[in-house]
Design a protein around this ligand. Structure first.
Ligand SMILES: Nc1ncnc2c1ncn2[C@@H]1O[C@H](COP(=O)(O)OP(=O)(O)O)[C@@H](O)[C@H]1O
Ligand SMILES: [Mg+2]
Length: 311
């Protein structure tokens, strides 16, 4: 039996959310928020935190700077039960941060990537990464220093007998270069959202994206926001509706979906169950601000999953 169910590799930073700002922000004026939250951010960390609280044994690899925000992120992961011995501290660097301004009509999202851009192959401990049954990577395009090594790293994970999954998230440069497809050769489960799926295979419609991607990976899962999620394995298609109800905040919904889906996948469930649990987990995430707050509250988490018939 391996030490972990899943090894997670990716970025680690926090979200600062300022609520209740005026609808329009004017230059050189001081605008007052009426509430503030500091919460664990970043796709990989939200995923690791939430899949741990669903019951998987998680080993996390990333890097932080020598600042208090980095320590805050690590503390949150530890609280959720994640093993953080793969998190390297780079004392002269600064951990990244995202400032989120939910305004009346839309959100302003401002990110300083910080140590996300510094994570390198030399920071990785391959024995630690392979001491799990499954390997997952999030935020392919943000891991700038690590990106050239990712095809080889995924090949090594497969060689070591792990199953693998990838959620690229969006490409800020919008190029969707060839190296993503090279990595997909060593990916068992690929989990993009609808826009990302279409951009990667350069098509405008969901059905052809699903077909094209299903020729590249054994299982493709496409997240479609309020429309739920679809999957394809070989010729077989699967669909599960998302939960109804007005979301409080969809930050981290995709990562929470991945947590639910992969928690079931790692434990051998069939794809329909994985999809339904993914939607339940994403639905839970949308009941509170940020990507992890709904999961941290044990009573809330357990009651919600019970109501969905997923306890
Ligand atoms: N407005 C919504 N109502 C209900 N569920 C939602 C909503 N937005 C997202 N979800 C849930 O979160 C999952 C992932 O959301 P999506 O927005 O597609 O991914 P991402 O966050 O990666 O962009 C969906 O499959 C669904 O289960
Ligand atoms: Mg996403």
């Amino acid at each position: 039996m391996k030490r972990f169910d899943i090894s997670v590799l990716g970025e680690l930073n926090c979200d600062l959310i300022l609520y209740g700002l005026p609808a329009v922000l004017e230059p050189e004026r001081e605008h007052l928020a009426n509430d503030f939250a500091m919460t664990l951010g970043s796709s990989s960390a939200i995923f690791a935190h939430n899949i741990s609280l669903l019951g998987s044994r998680v080993g996390f690899t990333s890097c932080i700077g020598g600042d208090p925000l980095g320590k805050f992120c690590v503390d949150r992961l530890v609280e959720s039960g994640v093993d953080v011995s793969g998190v390297k501290c780079l004392p002269d660097k600064t951990t990244g941060v995202t400032v989120i301004l939910p305004l009346a009509k839309n959100r302003q999202i401002l990110t300083y990537p910080g140590t996300t851009f510094d994570l390198q192959y030399t920071h990785l401990n391959l024995d630690y990464l392979t001491s799990a049954a499954h390997f997952h990577l999030s935020s392919f395009f943000l891991l700038r220093s690590l990106r050239p090594d990712l095809p080889e790293l995924f090949r090594r994970m497969k060689q070591a007998g792990l199953t693998t999954s990838l959620d690229t998230n969006d490409d800020p440069e919008n190029l969707w270069a060839k190296d993503v497809k090279t990595v997909l050769q060593s990916v068992d489960v690929f989990l993009p959202n609808e826009q990302e799926a279409c951009k990667l295979v350069r098509t405008g419609d969901l059905d052809s994206a699903l077909d094209a991607l299903s020729r590249l990976v054994p299982i493709v899962v496409i997240k479609c926001g309020a429309q739920g999620a679809i999957a394809k394995r070989g010729k077989d298609r699967f669909y599960a509706a998302s939960l109804s109800g007005q979301p409080v905040d969809t930050v981290g919904a995709g990562d929470s979906f991945n947590a639910g889906f992969l928690h079931k996948y790692i434990h051998g469930a069939d794809i329909q169950d994985c999809l339904e649990y993914g939607n339940a987990s994403a639905g839970l995430s949308t009941t509170r601000a940020g990507g992890t707050e709904a999961f941290r509250d044990r009573q809330h988490r357990e009651a919600f999953l019970q109501r969905c018939g997923k306890a």
